[in-house]
Design a protein around this ligand. Structure first.
Ligand code: NAI
Length: 295
């Protein structure tokens, strides 16, 4: 059964994914706490949600009263203790196992016994994430895609210890939030990020061989293969720090399987801080919402 709409949802990390998940949960009727270690990230996240809701209103897909009610259900918190009555905590912080484990240990002692703990990780092991907890059975993956309000799919990821009832509750809740939910076991990259790895990796190899420029490869994949975005546009949207970390974790998890070898071209972008749309530059340069090939 889906979580009752009165259940408070705590979203940790107000970046691209956390803000989107907070938007989805609040629009579905839940009171939502949005937390980040950086206050400016919360402000930016809430501003982005307001803008997205305004867009829905302008398209006639949401009325103004529902927009106001959704915004009123969102509460910014700069101290996790203020969210101790949450019944579902979803983390969308940096893709790093150690940091996520520390956060879940903190949440385990803060939240009530019935609270469900969920991770939006793209690739890290849910089994490993839960292993440090006293009650690992209440942690599962709840993996949204970018942008969370628009992308329908949500992967419900079970680690070795995840209680099936917890996974089923998340599955039903994601459906109640208007999503298409699928169950997956915790293997590196789960379903989508595993199957999509070669999409990015081969495109980066084509670039490395100087066969074609990113814009040409993107156009070819859009026009001929029907992808809504080419691989370079998509990596810029996802963020190179995130996309590189996912490839790296899948590569490591498969004991260095060459098929998943990270790209030095992408690693260079990360080192340079050219993270894609969020930093204004990646394979493309972003100004006034217009993407053009970066010099
Ligand atoms: P992001 O870089 O946009 O946002 C991460 C936010 O977490 C930042 O605002 C940062 O200040 C905050 N943060 C970092 N450590 C924290 C901590 N210990 N406590 C509280 N806040 C903390 O990253 P993004 O793209 O939103 O990714 C977040 C998670 O979602 C990652 O695990 C990523 O793999 C996953 N994900 C990302 C997707 C994407 O397309 N970007 C798609 C699906 C999942």
């Amino acid at each position: 059964m889906a979580l009752d709409k009165n259940v408070k949802v705590l979203v940790i990390g107000a970046g691209a994914m956390g803000a989107g998940i907070a938007h989805v949960a609040a629009l579905a009727g839940h009171p939502v706490y949005l937390y980040d270690t950086r206050a400016e990230a919360i402000d930016k996240g809430l501003g982005g949600i307001a803008k997205d809701l305004d867009f829905l209103v302008s398209k006639g897909k949401l009325d103004s009263a529902a927009r106001e009610a959704t915004m009123a259900r969102l509460t910014a918190v700069t101290d996790l203790d203020a969210a101790s009555d949450a019944g579902l905590a979803i983390e969308a912080i940096v893709e790093n196992l150690d940091i996520k484990q520390k956060l879940f240990l903190q949440l385990e002692s803060l939240l009530g016994d019935e609270a469900i703990l969920a991770s939006n990780t793209s690739s890290l092991s849910i089994t490993a994430m839960a292993a440090v907890l006293a009650r690992p059975e209440r942690l599962a993956g709840l993996h949204f895609f970018n942008p969370a309000p628009r992308m329908k799919l949500v992967e419900i990821v079970s680690g070795l210890a995840t209680d099936r009832a917890v996974a089923n509750t998340l599955y039903a809740t994601a459906k109640a939030w208007g999503k298409v939910a699928v169950h997956a076991k915790s293997t590196p990259g789960f379903i989508v990020n595993r199957v999509a790895r070669p999409f990015y990796a081969e495109a980066l190899r084509v670039l490395n061989e100087c066969a074609a420029e990113p814009a040409t490869i993107d156009a070819a994949m859009r026009e001929c293969c029907g992808f809504p975005m080419g691989p370079f546009e998509l990596m810029d949207l996802i963020g190179h720090d995130v996309n590189y970390a996912v490839t790296r974790s899948v590569f490591d998890a498969y004991f260095g399987d060459k098929r998943f070898t990270p790209s030095l071209i992408q690693y260079d972008l990360v080192l340079a801080g050219r993270l894609g749309r969020k930093s204004g530059r990646g394979f493309y340069a972003y100004g006034a919402d217009v993407a053009k090939p970066a010099a």
